[in-house]
Design a protein around this ligand. Structure first.
Ligand SMILES: O=C(O)CCC(=O)C(=O)O
Ligand SMILES: [Fe+2]
Length: 322
């Protein structure tokens, strides 16, 4: 019984016998147990209880996918497209998704959304999203209808099981910590969950902002209920070398009250429609944080506000380093 095997492995881990647990799962995997392969892959992606080893995890996911494990296939597709285990390969990822879509409704829905986009063979948008200037100081650009309604729904659905109370990056430890500056729920869509819809959206945001997709932090979904807000803050992080140069916000829904985005120093206040993007620059030309880029998400007064945030660094960052 697979359950028993996984439980047995978990018990070994709890007893500090990680090597024995891994050996047990490897033996089961070698005789075709897909759940054992998937669990081993997950351990090596998370980096706990085994050391992080993304290429090894990727190989295990491929084996599990070939035996018919759909979640393994979806993760393999994400890692293939975003280059977590070798050069990024949109074409191969798309062909894997096409293969998975025959048997799996989740994959089929992703494929439907991707096919509705006009993309190059690299998954980039064929046409450049067109900005409208909003402000020069701070530097703010509005991208009407950057995402379709279906894409907004997809992001919300992807984030839904991942929500946690929002946190901020602690410059001292580099870890995420709870902070009263921000009391919404948030969900970061990390590289193992960056399905092709999310990947194409991240590539579109990179095209819109003129940045390298590899400089983007994981796309993060924020959900604010009544009374929730993000108090005035800078997205730039004190003391980091690879600074957050840009932020792209995308409104994922309409129909709530309050919740405008306000640049506190100038009072510039914006509220987009579902699917609209708002790009702003966090840094001055000399690389220091731009005081004018300080901003807040004002309190929501009725309904829920759903928003996607992509913080974009000055240079590529390793999403697996931590
Ligand atoms: O919710 C908003 O309007 C702002 C969100 C924000 O500032 C951020 O995600 O960095
Ligand atoms: Fe912000």
């Amino acid at each position: 019984m697979t359950d028993t095997l996984i439980e047995q492995a978990d018990r070994l881990v709890a007893a500090g016998r990680v090597g024995d647990a891994a050996a047990l799962l490897h033996a089961a995997g070698d005789s075709g147990d897909v759940d054992a392969l998937f669990r081993l892959a997950a351990w090596q992606l998370i980096g706990d209880p085994l050391p992080r080893n993304v290429p090894a995890a990727y190989a295990l996911l491929s084996r599990a996918r070939m035996i018919g494990h759909v979640d393994a296939a979806l993760m393999e597709i994400a890692l293939t497209a975003n280059g977590s285990a070798g050069p990024d390969d949109w074409t191969r990822a798309l062909s894997l998704l096409t293969g998975a879509a025959g048997a799996d409704p989740v994959a089929a829905e992703q494929l439907r959304l991707v096919r509705a986009m006009r993309l190059t063979t690299d998954g980039k948008p064929v046409t450049q999203p067109a900005p409208r200037p909003v402000s020069e100081q701070p530097h703010v650009r509005h991208f009407p209808a950057l995402l379709t309604a279906d894409e907004c729904v997809h992001l919300a659905r992807t984030a839904d099981p991942l929500f946690e109370p929002a946190s901020v990056l602690d410059p001292a430890s580099g870890r995420r910590v709870r902070h009263p500056v921000r009391n919404a729920d948030e969900a970061a869509i990390g590289p193992a969950r960056e399905d092709l819809v999310v990947r194409a959206i991240n590539l579109r945001i990179a095209a819109a902002s003129g940045t390298d997709v590899a400089a983007g932090e994981p796309l993060t979904i924020l959900r604010y209920g009544p009374g929730q807000q993000y108090r005035p803050h800078h997205d730039a992080i004190a003391g980091v070398a690879n600074q957050r140069a840009w932020t792209m916000l995308v409104w994922l829904n309409d129909g709530y009250a309050g919740g405008e985005t306000r640049f506190s120093p100038s009072g510039l206040t914006v509220k987009g429609r579902r699917g609209d993007g708002l790009l702003f620059r966090n840094l001055l030309p000399d690389g220091r944080p731009d005081p004018a880029a300080q901003h807040a998400g004002l309190p929501v007064t009725a309904g829920h506000k759903w928003m996607a945030t992509r913080w974009i660094r000055q240079a590529p960052l390793d999403l697996w380093a931590s």
